[in-house]
Design a protein around this ligand. Structure first.
Ligand code: QAP
Ligand code: CO
Length: 169
């Protein structure tokens, strides 16, 4: 296993639209293992392939307190079953150090494939619902900062760009 480099906002590759996964082979299983290792090492609760510069439709997450409930969703799609919005303080491994409130539909159903390619469906609310919606946004090139005012988004962008310059020089 290996940890992967996480792209940080405003890296333009975070805007790419991911393509469906078509082969459920050993390369996919290796990518999934490495994404879990990367997410756990960074203390994240969710990670989309886009964030590690792989533009395929899959995400991993673990919203459990004990960090022992890994879940993988390949080619996920969501249906909103409760359009009432709920606020949640969101962060993102690609936007380190920043948390802001975002409103999203409360309750969803998610259809996806597992790592073997078998189709499944789950219902989600609470933090699981937020996390799945946040991660599927990544697969469509979208970030939680896109829901904020341009002023807030640009402040975050400027601060992160300054940090990235001071580290890479
Ligand atoms: C998305 O985010 C999420 O800034 C996953 O310094 C977040 O795992 C869904 C993280 C909140 C629902 C609620 C962020 C770790 C992790 C940071 C994450 C940081 C260290 C974010
Ligand atoms: Co994120």
């Amino acid at each position: 296993m290996a940890t992967l480099k996480i792209l940080e906002f405003p890296n333009p590759n975070l805007r790419k639209i991911a393509v469906p996964v078509t082969s459920f082979d050993s390369d996919l299983k290796c990518l999934i293992d490495n994404m879990f290792e990367t997410m756990y090492e960074a203390n994240g609760i969710g990670l989309a392939a886009t964030q590690v510069d792989v533009h395929k439709r899959l995400l991993v997450l673990d919203v459990s307190e004990e960090r022992n409930d890994p879940k993988v969703f390949v080619n996920p799609t969501i249906d909103v079953i409760e359009s009432d919005l709920a606020d949640y303080d969101e962060g993102c491994l690609s936007v380190p150090g920043f948390y802001e409130t975002v409103s999203r539909p409360k309750k969803i159903t998610v259809s996806a494939q597992d790592k073997e390619g078998s189709q499944f469906e789950i219902e989600a609310d609470g933090v699981l619902s937020v996390c799945i919606q946040h991660e599927i946004d990544h697969l469509d090139g979208k970030l939680f900062v896109d829901y904020l005012s341009p002023l807030k988004r640009n402040r975050i962008k400027d601060k992160l760009q300054k940090e990235q310059k001071s580290i890479s020089s």
